[in-house]
Design a protein around this ligand. Structure first.
Ligand code: F0G
Length: 475
């Protein structure tokens, strides 16, 4: 039974409803309910809208008018600036901490590394969000819905960034209490420090991310805690805006490729939905291609799509190869293992939605190893603002697709850099260090043999002439 305040929220959010993504089921549920899967068939849910009654602008450039409303926190937000394209909440209920002030950088040095013509590679820095990753795009949407439902507690399982984001929204808005589940020894200190500092209740379970994910779903149900993992369909509504901002930065021109790392597959799913809706509204005249890049040590999507031919198939996903693959992983005791800890995931929860996005965006899936990831990361650092290891999978993937000829040198490519450089300094320092022991301990076990682009610190005696000599010699 909804309280009077919750009923009021419901009255203002009647444009939206939840709908099962399986077109053969398509069961619908009201916005004012908390669910992460379809009651009838168990598949994932979308947020759908009665677009005929929505105030969708006639052209994307109409959103530029919002820039002059920066004093209004809703329009200052790089997510809620596009409220008309995710109209599930009344304005009065919107939660924002100023997320989405991110940058699209034309990165010509990195373009050279990838093999693209000058001017053709753009890097979308989502690490510039308040908690340092793209998660804030979705978290403000999930926390908004949680608030509409008058939730007192919100929970997630995380490889570190979702938890940092939830913890930040809870500390900054005081709206609810954050309960986060993390695996043991699997989270970088940068991310763990955020959850602790923001005061989240941090439950470190003996297991990895997938174990934590299973538990958090169970606990959320049992204790009535609002779940903000990307199985929450409201979260992905917020993540659509990453694509809106990419288009905005390209003056509303559609690029040829969007390249994104794949972990739990929330981003890729949200991007597919974003472009399919923009196309449906007639706001764009073509849809870019999507490349989802797995780390080789966490390559479930790649295995399923490339080796087992799993596809969306108009909603008729063949579940047998997926079940068999999961069973074989359990039988062989295979667990995800990659330096890109953010995407160290065995069973991506948004698999079906991602398959749909691959169909909508004529997508491809590739895997890159930790050596390729760290080399690409060093190039992003040297030619841009830097990123965390998982993010660099996108640049390594673009390079791979260029070398295969799938991406042409003249294509316009946008790589999504999902997390900030400082999220995981351990991997960066080990890569650049001349301390071979540190290198081996941190990276060697992951099959990284060389730091091909290492920028080593220069040891020097504390003497003026020695310091001057060192500078002259190395610059
Ligand atoms: N990049 C970073 C930096 C991430 O933190 C994540 C996911 C991904 C990429 C993968 O994105 O799940 O949308 O495919 N991190 C989650 C977390 C799992 O718990 O922070 P995805």
């Amino acid at each position: 039974m909804l309280s009077t305040a919750a009923q009021h929220n419901a009255a203002q959010s009647d444009l939206a409803f939840q709908r099962c993504i399986n077109p053969n089921c398509a069961a619908t549920y009201e916005t004012m309910s908390i669910r992460t899967s379809c009651d009838r068939c168990g598949d994932l849910l979308d947020i759908a809208y009665d677009w005929d009654r929505a105030a969708v602008p006639g052209q994307l450039s109409d959103f530029e008018a919002m820039w002059s409303q920066r004093n209004n926190p809703v329009r200052f937000s790089g997510v809620w600036r596009f409220h008309e394209l995710l109209p599930f909440a009344p304005q009065s209920k919107i939660v924002t901490v100023g997320e989405g002030q991110t940058l699209l950088q034309q990165a010509d040095e990195v373009a050279k590394y990838v093999g693209l013509n000058p001017g053709q590679l753009h890097l979308q820095y989502e690490g510039m969000n308040p908690s340092g990753s793209f998660k804030d795009n979705g978290m403000c949407a999930a926390v908004t819905h949680a608030g509409m439902m008058e939730a007192q507690r919100a929970a997630c399982a995380s490889t570190g960034n979702t938890s940092a984001s939830l913890a930040l929204y809870c500390s900054a808005t005081r709206a609810m209490k954050a309960v986060i589940f993390i695996g043991s020894g699997k989270i970088s200190y940068g991310k763990l420090s955020q959850a602790l500092d923001y005061g989240a209740l941090t439950v470190q379970i003996a297991g990895d991310f997938d174990d934590a994910m299973i538990r958090v779903k169970e606990i959320a149900k049992k204790l009535g805690i609002y779940l903000v993992n990307s199985v929450n369909p409201f979260r992905l509504e917020g993540q659509k805006t990453i694509m809106f901002r990419v288009l905005e930065a390209l003056r509303w021109e559609v690029p040829d490729w969007i390249v994104v790392p794949g972990g739990n597959l929330g981003n890729s799913s949200a991007f597919g939905k974003a472009f399919s809706e923009l196309y449906q509204h007639g706001l764009i005249d073509r849809i870019p291609r999507l490349a989802v890049i797995n780390a080789r040590g966490a390559n479930t999507l790649h295995e399923l799509v490339q080796k087992h031919g799993v596809k969306w198939n108009g909603g008729n996903v063949s579940m047998e190869p997926i079940t068999q693959y999961n069973e074989s992983m359990d039988r062989d005791g295979k667990r995800a293992d990659t330096i890109a800890s953010a995407i160290e995931i065995n069973r991506p929860v948004n698999l079906n939605k991602c398959l749909r996005a691959l169909e909508v965006m004529d997508g491809v899936v590739r895997e890159v190893d930790d050596q390729q990831i760290l080399d690409a990361k060093s190039q992003v650092g040297a030619g841009g603002f830097g990123c965390e290891p998982a993010s660099a999978a996108s640049v390594a993937g673009a390079k791979l697709l260029r070398s295969e000829g799938v991406i042409a040198p003249s294509d316009r490519v946008v790589c999504i850099l999902t997390g900030h450089e400082l999220k995981d300094p351990t991997a960066t320092v080990a890569y650049h260090s001349s301390d071979r022991e540190l290198f081996e301990k941190t990276l060697g076990s992951r099959g990284v043999t060389e730091a091909n682009y290492a920028n080593r610190a220069v040891p020097v005696a504390n003497e003026l002439s020695a310091i001057i000599d060192a500078i002259e010699q190395h610059s």
